[in-house]
Design a protein around this ligand. Structure first.
Ligand code: IPE
Ligand code: IPE
Ligand code: MG
Length: 254
C-alpha cells in the first residue's frame, strides 16, 4: 500500500507555487570524483548513487511532480565493457534497494530511451519496479537509460511517417503537441530546470526537444559531491529568474 506523504509547502524558503513541475539532471563527474581520489571510476558511480537517493527524496519532499535523471546515454555504450557492466549492476542494485521507498513515497518509476538494448536482468528489474509503482501518483521518477535525444526525435518522425502512410494522420495536422506525444517523454511537461554537474557546458544529446525553454544551471560540483543544500540553492535561484519566453521583461511582469 502506498501512502501520500504531504509535501512541505514553503520549505527551505521556496515559494510552493513557483516550484518547477519537472527537473532534469545530467549527473556528471563520477569518474573525475574517483580519479581525484586515485580510485576506480566505478567507486565514483557507487557514490553517485547516494546523490541520486538524496535528490529523489528532496524532490519528492518538496512536491515537485517529475524528475528526469540522465543515467546512461546511447553514447555511453562506447565505454569500456567493464564500466558498462558495473553501471548496469549498480542500476539493478539501486532498483532493488529503492523499490520499497518508492512505494512508500508514492513514486512512479518510468524510463526513456532504448531500454530494449539493456541486459535482460536490468530489463527485468526495471519491469518489476515499474509494474509495482505504476499506480503511484506523488511523483514520476524518470530514468534516461540508453537515451539519445536525436534518436528519440528520429523515432518520433518514423512513427508519424508510418501513421501518415497508414492514413491515420495528414502531414498538415502534425503540431508541436502531436510531435511531443510521440517522444519518450509523452505526457510529461517539459523540464523547467536542467541541472548539469561537473561544469561541462554542453547538453550531450539530453532532451534536445524538451529543453527548448528550460532554465540551465551548470555547477562545477562533481555529482557525488552534489548536496541537498546546493540543490535547494538552485531551486531558489530558479525562483528569482525571469522566464520571458520571447516577450519583453515588461510584458512578462504585466
Ligand atoms: C556520469 O559520470 C555518469 C555516467 C555518464 C554514466 P561520468 O562517468 O561521465 O564522469 P566523468 O565525466 O568521467 O567525470
Ligand atoms: C552525459 O555525460 C551522460 C550521462 C550523464 C548519463 P557524459 O559524461 O557521457 O557526457 P560527455 O561525453 O562528457 O558529453
Ligand atoms: Mg562525464
Amino acid at each position: 500500500m502506498s501512502s501520500d506523504r504531504k509535501p512541505h509547502s514553503g520549505k527551505f524558503g521556496l515559494v510552493p507555487e513557483g516550484l518547477p513541475r519537472h527537473v532534469a539532471i545530467i549527473m556528471d563527474g563520477n569518474g573525475r570524483w574517483a580519479k581525484k581520489r586515485l580510485m576506480n571510476r566505478v567507486k565514483g558511480h557507487e557514490r553517485g548513487t547516494e546523490t541520486v537517493r538524496m535528490v529523489v527524496r528532496a524532490t519528492r519532499d518538496l512536491g515537485i511532480p517529475a524528475l528526469t535523471l540522465y543515467a546512461f546515454s546511447t553514447e555511453n555504450w562506447q565505454r569500456p565493457k567493464t564500466e558498462v557492466a558495473a553501471l548496469m549492476a549498480l542500476l539493478v542494485r539501486f532498483l532493488e534497494n529503492e523499490k520499497a521507498e518508492m512505494l512508500e513515497n508514492n513514486i512512479r518509476l518510468q524510463t526513456i530511451g532504448q531500454t530494449a538494448r539493456l541486459p535482460q536482468n536490468v530489463r527485468e528489474a526495471l519491469g518489476a519496479t515499474m509494474g509495482a509503482t505504476a499506480g503511484n501518483t506523488g511523483m514520476v521518477l524518470n530514468l534516461a537509460l540508453s537515451y539519445g535525444g536525436r534518436e528519440e526525435i528520429l523515432m518520433a518522425c518514423r512513427r508519424l511517417a508510418e501513421e501518415a502512410l497508414a492514413g491515420q494522420i495528414s502531414p498538415e495536422d502534425i503540431t508541436e503537441d502531436i510531435f511531443a506525444g510521440r517522444l519518450y517523454t509523452a505526457g510529461l511537461p517539459d523540464p523547467d530546470i536542467m541541472i548539469r554537474t561537473s561544469g561541462e557546458m554542453r547538453v550531450s544529446n539530453f532532451l534536445p526537444w524538451q529543453l527548448a525553454y528550460s532554465e540551465f544551471f551548470i555547477t562545477p560540483t562533481l555529482w557525488p559531491d552534489f548536496t541537498q543544500e546546493e540543490y535547494i540553492g538552485i531551486l531558489r535561484d530558479f525562483q528569482r529568474r525571469e522566464r520571458r519566453f520571447g516577450k519583453t521583461g515588461d510584458q512578462t511582469r504585466e
